[in-house]
Design a protein around this ligand. Structure first.
Ligand SMILES: Nc1nc2c(ncn2[C@@H]2O[C@H](COP(=O)(O)OP(=O)(O)O)[C@@H](O)[C@H]2O)c(=O)[nH]1
Ligand SMILES: [Mg+2]
Length: 485
């Protein structure tokens, strides 16, 4: 997310570095680069213009605060302006009113409507304790109904068995009546899309919306962030034709530019309410403009990270692990649990990016997927170990190595490498164990990850980076990806 922009911004800020105060002449180059960065990120030109003007005005109007250097001041102004164009505060679907609340999910084909419908149902059920009904309402493609029902079943979510022979507005009405009778809190209607914006589709959606007019439906439009300004134009058309109450940006995990996220609110006037960040049902985030601004500027997003950690980490398990640690004990089982906890937080890159200053380091390293592949490999090897072996790896000798290699589909060499790596980790954990006595670390699970200390320190803001990316070649990485966690 936003990788290109982050890099360009960090270069732009270098122009203000080491200056004693902000002046028109010394922010000129920085502003020029900010402007180019935004245009290259495919941000709408009107948004870019007002953004740059506003930053300039604020920077020059800023009082000199002693103790705050001009670069920090400039970064703060850019941060606030980024948050401002994206909307400032998080706005979610209003769940306070009496239900059932109808939520229409609209958008073109392939944008991620059905995926989002599933994600939203899971979010509302788990986090908001709502009773949710999923309604397939694509009468053109029977496969779309199956897709939603398959998702519903996998999450143990209720769904409405729509009669696809009827019109979408009739299905919407029928499902709503059913939801009322069965006391559902929220009804999510997954509508049909088209390849392009067309009058027939809009007419149909207006009818669906009208059928639920009295219940004041929430209309969420899903737009693929990767399509940049096209997403902005489509959102504008939808809003003009049917009236949209919120935008969902999908595929944010694959969008390195960020043009849609930075333009869509300004251009349409409609708030972004959620972002979709992957293909799995848990990959949904509330849209927090200020936190995202922080991520763009490599300031990290510790608040989101802690929230994610709280969800993913089983406190009891963490406590048990700490007890073991204090005793100087670290087993393969503990290690497996740590890897699983981290896996629950999201991809390696997405977690690291939330840690302040790590964004730059990440860009230097390039692709993190080899490290993730190594972690998967370790999990498979551990999966072939017996309970006894996981509690005490020292019992693993030649014949057991052979068995584990065969069982996990790896070479004996790989198993041996894992064991020697684990031995190192065990030693590291033992020496750290004494440090943790008397208190829990804030992020259980992290200290044990191999090679954390090898993290390159280059690329952090305020430290001149090399500016050069490392080659993405896999060959240079050592076994187990040590040094990349
Ligand atoms: N990487 C990624 N893929 C997504 C995301 N949301 C949806 N997809 C994928 O995009 C494709 C189309 O999604 P779908 O929900 O069927 O789109 P619909 O036609 O609008 O209902 C599917 O392959 C999804 O797995 C996302 O946030 N990230
Ligand atoms: Mg669909």
């Amino acid at each position: 997310m936003f990788d290109n922009l982050s890099e360009k911004f960090s270069n732009a800020f270098k122009h203000v570095q080491g200056k004693s105060k902000i002046s028109e002449s010394n922010i000129e180059d920085a502003l020029k680069e900010v402007r180019t960065a935004l245009l290259e990120a495919d941000v709408n030109f009107k948004v870019v213009k007002s953004f740059v003007n506003s930053v300039k005005e604020k920077a020059l109007g800023e009082k000199v605060i002693s103790g705050v250097n001009p670069e920090e001041q400039f970064v703060k102004i850019v941060h606030d302006e980024l948050a401002h164009v994206m909307g400032v505060e998080n706005e979610e679907v209003d769940l306070e009113r009496p239900g059932p609340i109808p939520v229409l999910v609209v958008g073109l084909n392939g944008q991620g409507k059905t995926t989002f419908s599933g994600k939203l149902s899971l979010h509302l059920k788990n986090k908001k304790e709502k009773k949710v009904l999923l309604v397939p309402c694509d009468t053109y493609r029977p496969a779309a109904k199956d897709q939603l029902i398959t998702l519903a079943k996998s999450m143990e979510m209720d769904w409405f068995d729509s009669d696809l022979g009827k019109g979408p507005h009739e299905i919407a009405k029928e499902s709503y009546e059913y939801a009322k009778k069965e006391k559902y809190d929220v009804v999510i209607v997954d509508t049909a899309g088209r390849l392009h914006v067309d009058n027939e589709l809009m007419g149909e959606l207006v009818k669906v919306k009208k059928a639920l007019e009295k219940e004041k439906p929430e209309v969420l439009m899903v737009a693929d962030a990767m399509t940049g300004q096209e997403a902005v134009n489509v959102a504008k058309s939808f809003h003009e034709a049917i009236g949209v109450t919120g935008i969902v940006l999908s595929k944010m995990d694959s969008d390195a530019r960020g043009g849609a996220a930075l333009s869509i609110r300004h251009v349409t006037g409609v708030p972004i309410k959620y972002i979709s960040t992957g293909e799995k049902m848990k990959d949904l985030e509330l849209f927090h403009p200020d936190r995202l601004a922080g991520r763009i500027l490599d300031m990290g997003d510790v608040v989101s990270l802690v929230e994610k950690a709280e969800e993913a980490i089983d406190e009891k398990e963490a406590e048990n692990m700490m007890k073991n640690l204090e005793k100087g004990k670290f087993t393969v089982d503990d290690f497996m649990k740590q890897m699983n906890m981290i896996g629950k937080l999201g991809s390696m890159g997405s977690i690291l990016k939330m840690i302040p200053g790590m964004g730059g380091a990440l860009r230097e390293m390039g692709d993190l997927s080899p490290a993730e592949d190594e972690m998967d490999k370790m999990k498979v090897i551990i999966g072939s170990m017996t309970k006894q072996e996981r509690q005490d790896y020292k019992v693993i000798k030649e014949s057991r190595i052979k068995r584990i290699a065969n069982g996990s589909g790896n070479t004996e060499q790989s198993v041996k490498e894992f064991l020697s790596k684990f031995k190192q980790m065990e030693q590291m954990m033992k020496s750290m164990g004494s440090m943790f006595k008397g208190g829990m670390p804030s992020m259980p699970g992290m200290p044990g990850m191999p090679g954390m200390g090898d993290m390159p320190q280059k690329g952090f803001r305020n430290q001149p980076g090399t500016g050069k990316k490392k080659k993405k070649g896999k060959g240079k990485r050592g076994p187990w990806g040590g040094g990349y966690f």
